[in-house]
Ligand binder design. Structure first.
Ligand SMILES: [Zn+2]
Length: 270
């Protein structure tokens, strides 16, 4: 089975069609979903979606659906958490009250692409959420845009205490190896199917044990769906590409990628 380790099924673009999206995904082989939170409301919505679908039987397949809770760097500036990075006890509470489906902290990190003004605030919030992850022994899903080095430097401070996935990785082979060294995996999605992507070198140079699959849906659809809404089932196209690069058969690659995701996110086998 395929695992979508990073998807926003709580995004309003899926609102009316969530049942269909999940049905379609199952037909493609994606049966496990990790739904990311971006703030309190979307974290709560992720939990509600996970509770609705986790364990349900659809088309003869038992669905696994989990939630990650946290504050996305882009959300830090525009909500009530903006002034105090210690005022995020709700993240811990959401986990403690919903341990059956909450499997990690995410999507957290640093984004200096849109706005560098609040860099220090982003760092503070990122660290306080890493502290929560460390204290609760939960994995994290990391967003780093125009901020790979600074994010990596912070994660190095947490080496051995926090593990997780560098989501939507699209950087160099060198940085990929550094990320692997601190116990993180690289989330590979639609970008791998785009023309002239450097990611082909990363897949080539690192062992298959370094990677997990993801969509970041509804964003970043793989070719041939580029520009359209992304769906967890489309991971199949990413795995096809990995098979082509690694010259391995689909079943082997699928099994290894599933195991990688289960190991890094502590997802029990159903
Ligand atoms: Zn995301």
């Amino acid at each position: 089975m395929l695992i979508d380790t990073h998807v926003h099924l709580n995004d309003e673009q899926y609102n009316d069609q969530l049942d269909n999206v999940i049905n379609e995904s199952i037909n493609y082989g994606t049966i496990c979903f990790c739904v990311m939170g971006c703030d309190y409301e979307s974290s709560l919505k992720a939990i509600n979606i996970a509770k609705k679908y986790n364990g349900s039987l659809i088309n003869g397949k038992q669905i696994e659906c989990f939630a990650f809770v946290g504050i996305y760097p882009g959300e830090i500036l525009k909500n009530q958490y903006s002034d105090n990075p210690d005022n995020i006890e709700w993240i811990k509470d959401l986990y403690l009250n919903n341990k059956d489906v909450v499997k990690g902290i995410g999507e957290i990190g640093i984004d200096l692409y849109w706005d560098k003004t609040y860099k220090e605030e982003q760092i503070a919030f990122f660290k306080s959420q890493l502290n929560i992850a460390s204290n609760l022994n939960l994995p994290v899903s990391i967003h780093a845009r125009e901020a790979t080095q600074i994010t990596l430097d912070i994660l190095k401070e947490y080496k051995g205490k926090v593990k997780g996935v560098m989501h939507c990785y699209s950087g160099s082979v060198e940085i990929a190896k550094e990320i692997e060294k601190i116990g993180f995996k690289l989330g590979i999605g639609g970008v791998l199917t785009y023309k002239n992507t450097k990611l082909v070198d990363v897949i080539n140079e690192l062992d298959l044990s370094a990677f997990v699959t993801e969509t970041d849906g509804p964003y970043l659809s793989p070719s041939p769906f580029r520009g359209k809404i992304n769906k967890p089932g489309y991971i199949k196209y990413v795995v096809d590409k990995i098979c082509e690069i690694k010259k391995l058969d689909y079943d082997t690659v699928e099994k290894i990628l599933e195991n990688n995701a289960r190991e890094i996110f502590n997802l029990r086998r159903s």
